[in-house]
Design a protein around this ligand. Structure first.
Ligand code: FAM
Length: 477
């Protein structure tokens, strides 16, 4: 079953490429300078028909059996199954994750996105605005369309005064992710969807106000993240958003790094590669689940952030830096391979995980790690912490293999992100997951729009008690 399912999944890597027809149909009719909302309005009827066709053709086919082990999540060395892992359960169109080659956004790999998506003048990394367009439409936007998104987001960037006050009243000891989640949830006060729902909007029109909320959500995140950063680590004073700059430039400026073009380029790459990682990861799935109750995008994404804040998920980028710094304290800088090995073993023997290594789906080095490594080789090849990250990369996989537990001994995205931010002076590691959160909004928002457009129903998987499982099988035996 695994092999056949795998081939189905690989054949369907790009949702629109899944239907070569649909892909061609979309690209041949794209009017050059439509806005994202106009383009979406054109795509929705065709995609509704497309889904109908898929369901008519395949709706009654089985995706294979479910084992009781998968419900419990017990790791079984023979079956290699754990906690709903691999259970086909969700539709997520923005990206698909392959265990061997990693993420593709609407069928495009990270290097392809780096090549094809519009860049800032003089820049070489993709603008996240273009990635959002790609996630929503499956198409590569023009430079003007991307500039249009930058302008639109800058114009929507202001946050309500009461949200500023909520953030200003948070004690600096409250973790930045908790502050982030509070502020995003509070944006629900002005949700276009929540208001339209109260006013009796028809189901077929849900996507319109959801789109407006999704755009507002993304647009307002820089002011929220910037305010948290300045309140916790600075003097609380924030520069204004520049209506003529791109999203990442404005975000960098809010942190105080807007003049550093290399840092701005890093943010463009960072947001792009952290934006989406198909639908089953904790933050994406949580957003979709909460959204399925018709909670508006602010409530849904606030919930995503609470999942992202866990150390096995997005907090791992903070944890990696904490772990590397502790290692340096213990064994010194420029430590030998032998000393690093001993440190890694002591982590494992202490019953802890090596942060930044392993993955629930990936079975190779994460291409998001590779993209960041290439950025480091280009911009900071002699950075001592980058050298340590490379040294750890040469050592950890063999140790995890020898320890024999982790199914994937290779590094994930979080093994590399902190060292890049640290290099440019963003050294406050408790803040790193906030940046991950800003990025993850792109993927979750894109899917929430499509969920409303396609009429995705309330999520309601079935749960069982242990007594019920015993009874089911006793009755059958
Ligand atoms: N160090 C030590 N042990 C590890 C390990 C690691 N990096 N990765 C997996 N294991 C252990 C795991 O704890 C489990 O042990 P038990 O049987 O004692 O419970 C065993 O190996 C089998 O786990 P798995 O099936 O290989 O991994 P899971 O799919 O259950 O979990 C991760 C996946 C990512 C949670 C896990 O690899 C991990 O804890 N990694 C370190 C934390 C991390 O980097 N998280 C970030 C993931 C990232 F991509 C993201 O979400 N941003």
């Amino acid at each position: 079953m695994a092999a056949s399912l795998r081939s189905i999944v690989q054949a369907s890597r790009s949702p629109f490429a899944r239907a070569g027809i649909a892909s061609a149909r979309f690209s041949s009719t794209v009017p050059k300078q439509s806005t994202l909302k106009d383009r979406l309005a054109e795509l929705i009827p065709a995609e509704i028909e497309h889904v109908k066709q898929i369901r008519a053709q395949h709706g009654k086919k089985s995706f294979g059996p479910v084992l009781v082990d998968q419900l419990y999540g017990h790791v079984s060395p023979s079956s290699r199954l754990s906690s709903m892992r691999g259970l086909p359960a969700l539709i997520w169109d923005g990206s698909v994750l392959d265990a061997e080659e990693g993420i593709r956004f609407r069928g495009k790999s990270i290097p392809e996105c780096q090549e094809l998506l519009p860049k800032a003048p003089g820049g070489s990394e993709p603008l996240p605005e273009g990635l959002f367009w790609l996630l929503v439409t499956g198409e590569i936007p023009t430079q003007e369309q991307v500039t249009g998104l930058s302008r639109d987001w800058a114009a929507r960037a202001a946050i309500p005064e009461f949200v500023e006050e909520i953030l200003d009243r948070c004690p600096p000891t409250l973790h930045p992710m908790s502050q982030f989640s509070l502020a995003v949830t509070a944006l629900n006060h002005d949700s276009a969807f929540a208001k339209a729902y109260q006013d009796g909007i028809s189901k077929k029109d849900y996507w319109g106000p959801t789109f407006e909320d999704a755009m507002d959500l993304i647009a307002k995140l820089p002011n929220i993240a910037g305010r948290i950063y300045r309140n916790v680590f600075g003097d609380g004073k924030l520069p204004a958003i520049d209506l003529h700059k791109d999203y990442s430039h404005n975000l960098a400026t809010l942190f105080g790094f807007g003049e550093n073009e290399a840092f701005v380029e890093l943010l463009r790459l960072y947001i792009t590669i952290h934006s989406d990682h198909e639908g089953g990861n904790v933050s994406a799935h949580t957003g979709k689940l909460v959204g399925s109750a018709l909670s508006d995008p602010f409530l849904a994404f606030g919930a995503s952030l609470n999942g992202l804040a866990g150390p096995l998920h997005g907090l791992a980028n903070q944890e990696v830096l904490v772990w590397l710094r502790k290692m340096q304290e213990k064994i010194g800088e420029n430590a030998s391979d032998v000393a690093v090995k001993e440190y890694v073993w002591s982590t494992l023997k202490g019953g802890q995980v090596v942060p930044g290594y392993g993955h629930a789906v990936l079975r190779k080095t994460d291409p998001r790690y590779v993209a960041q490594r290439e950025f480091a080789l280009k911009h900071l090849p002699h950075d001592p912490l980058f050298r340590l990250v490379g040294q750890v990369y040469n050592i950890v996989p063999n140790i995890l293999l020898e320890a024999g537990k982790a199914k994937n001994p290779w590094p994930n995205v979080d093994a590399h992100s902190g060292v890049l931010l640290t290099h440019y002076g963003l050294t406050q590691m408790q803040f790193y997951t906030v940046l991950f959160g800003v990025s993850r909004a792109f993927g979750v928002a894109a899917q929430l729009i499509w969920d409303r457009a396609l009429g995705a129903p309330l999520e309601r998987p079935k749960s069982y008690s242990s007594a019920a499982i015993e009874k089911i099988f006793r009755d059958h035996e």
